[in-house]
Ligand binder design. Structure first.
Ligand SMILES: [Zn+2]
Length: 548
């Protein structure tokens, strides 16, 4: 996730609006506070969160605390913590003393009485409560969803990608810093309900007098805070073991009781997904925390070690094929896509959300790699090429930095086609797989920038491309391969590119594969044996072409 489903229904209509990309979005001080590494964030390094929250379905309110462990990396005394209105912090403690704080919109400024010493390990506890924003259109609008299932039971969930985890709990709401030692969640709910959160279930404490249960979930690995989630409902659990590259991985499935039979059938795709992605990307990145699929009252989200599922136990994207080729009906979009994010989003996380293509382009491409692994390369190609119909080229894929701004939704389908094009240029699937696995190994549990990913792919792939990433990620122009054929000669060049753009392109000349090293300058290719009667360009390259 995430993108607007409506786009998919009207791709052609929307592509007509492509003149809009020049408009400048306006950003506020709140956007900068949310989206940048402020001095009040920079001086402390997150180690661990302990989030204890009670959820009250009747009043749609929550109340709890977050204990934040951190290390001081620069002496300072003013700290930024994010918690969105209308929730309120009621008290903050440090070393058994209450701290002073003030509020500026969705930001709390916490004042320690003096500079905290460098390298010291500190702990604060933040108490908060209120009626969190209700999500009207989860997961696209963030907040808490308060629904009832078909049997009338409460069915409650959090979702907050984009808007931020601070919509329901106080934290450092920026992706650059993850708690290295994970999170412990203690979620208290009415006794007839079950909470499912990230990682492993450690214990359930039943307070019979208060008629409540507290579920303790533990994540040992670093976790991006938008992945932290609660799911509360009338759940039933089943599990199986996936024998993977790092040994036995327990797969846990939590579904509404009345959906058990359907889930047992549909979730067979979970192990298939893990097999395909371990093949292409390397070991599942969170063995210590298990793998989970959790039914949610919305379509789905890549919550780390707690992938949420609401695709109605059918293949495709709510039964539809995004590619229009039929291939998209061979798998359950939400199982495959959201699980793919365990590698690209949860393992390798964007440092700034402007670089969210690192999550969505690779994960959208993972759908094609799933097809490749279980079906055929031919169908995988067909699928990714088919998705081009949803590309808008409305604005660049990379958003604006430091203001919590995502780029174009083209990070999905165009992004997948960019990666598919790189795979063609590399022209060696063993090397391509090594690069994908290498990314997951060398950037294991890290927050990265576009430049790191670009440099890595170019170096490991030994790629002869120039300004390729700039062209595709930072402009909306699609290179046009212009060519002219005269007797035994083809003249060719790229237009509609940035200066000095170049990339090799695979073509067929009289049935023979030829690689053209195409630049902005016209070059010629001559056959040695007569006129060119047959010329075609490999459609796996995401470029346009024009015969002169
Ligand atoms: Zn996604």
């Amino acid at each position: 996730m995430k993108f607007f489903t409506l786009l998919l229904l009207f791709p052609i209509f929307l592509s007509a609006q492509s003149g809009l990309f020049e408009h400048k979005e306006k950003f506020t001080r709140q956007d900068s506070l949310r989206g940048s590494i402020t001095p009040e964030r920079e001086w402390w390094d997150l180690k661990h969160y302990k989030l204890a929250v009670e959820v009250f379905p009747k009043t749609k309110t929550i109340k709890g605390s977050n204990t934040i462990n951190f290390e001081v990396i620069k002496p300072a005394k003013k700290m930024q913590i994010d918690l969105q209105e209308p929730l309120q912090i009621t008290k903050i403690t440090h070393q058994n003393k209450e701290l002073n704080y003030s509020r500026e919109g969705n930001v709390y400024w916490i004042n320690f009485s003096k500079n905290l010493p460098i390298n010291s390990k500190e702990k604060i506890t933040i108490y908060y409560e209120g009626k969190p924003t209700e999500s009207r259109n989860p997961p696209w609008s963030g907040g808490i969803t308060w629904r009832k299932d078909e049997k009338g039971n409460d069915f409650i969930a959090s979702s907050n990608q984009g808007i931020g985890a601070s919509i329901w709990w106080p934290n450092k709401d920026h992706t650059y810093d993850e708690p290295e030692n994970g999170i412990d969640m203690h979620i208290t709910v009415p006794e007839h309900l079950t909470d499912v959160s990230n990682g492993r279930l450690i214990n359930i404490i039943h307070d019979k007098e208060a008629k409540i249960k507290t579920f303790h979930w533990q994540v040992k690995n670093p976790i991006n805070n938008y992945g932290v989630n609660i799911n509360i409902g009338n759940y039933i659990h089943f599990s199986e073991i996936f024998q993977g590259e790092k040994g036995n991985l327990d797969c846990n499935y939590w579904v509404l009781k009345h959906n058990l039979a359907k889930a047992k059938k549909q979730f067979k795709q979970a192990k298939m997904t893990l097999a395909a992605f371990e093949h292409w990307f390397g070991p599942y990145p969170f063995y210590e925390d298990s793998y989970k699929l959790v039914e949610a009252p919305y379509l789905g989200m890549e919550h780390q070690s707690s992938v949420t599922y609401g695709n109605q136990y059918q293949n495709g994207y709510l039964g539809r094929d995004l590619s229009g080729t039929g291939v998209g009906l061979k798998f359950d979009y939400i199982i495959i896509h959201e699980s793919g994010h365990e590698w690209f989003a949860n393992n390798i996380t964007n440092k700034d959300v402007a670089d969210m293509w690192i999550h969505e382009s690779f994960t959208t491409y993972s759908e094609s790699l799933f097809i490749d692994y279980h079906f055929s390369t031919e169908e995988a190609n067909k699928y990714v090429i088919g998705m081009r119909r949803a590309i808008r080229n409305d604005k660049p894929i990379i958003g604006q930095y430091n203001v919590n701004n995502e780029g174009s939704s083209d990070m999905y389908y165009k992004g997948a086609n960019i990666l598919h094009t790189l795979r063609q240029i590399i022209n060696n699937d063993i090397l391509w797989k090594e690069i994908l696995r290498g990314l997951n190994k060398d950037f294991y549990h890290q927050q990265v920038t576009t430049k790191q990913i670009e440099d890595y792919i170019i170096k490991k792939g030994n790629l002869k491309i120039n300004r390729f990433f700039y062209q595709y990620l930072r402009t909306v122009k699609i290179p046009i391969l212009e060519y002219q054929i005269k007797r035994n000669q083809i003249s060719y060049s790229f237009t509609n590119t940035v200066d000095n753009f170049s990339m090799p392109v695979k073509v067929w000349v009289n049935g023979k594969i030829i690689w053209l090293d195409v630049t902005n300058k016209t070059k010629n290719y001559k056959t040695s044996n007569g006129n060119i009667n047959n010329f075609s360009i490999d459609n796996n390259f995401y470029i346009n072409h024009k015969k002169l």
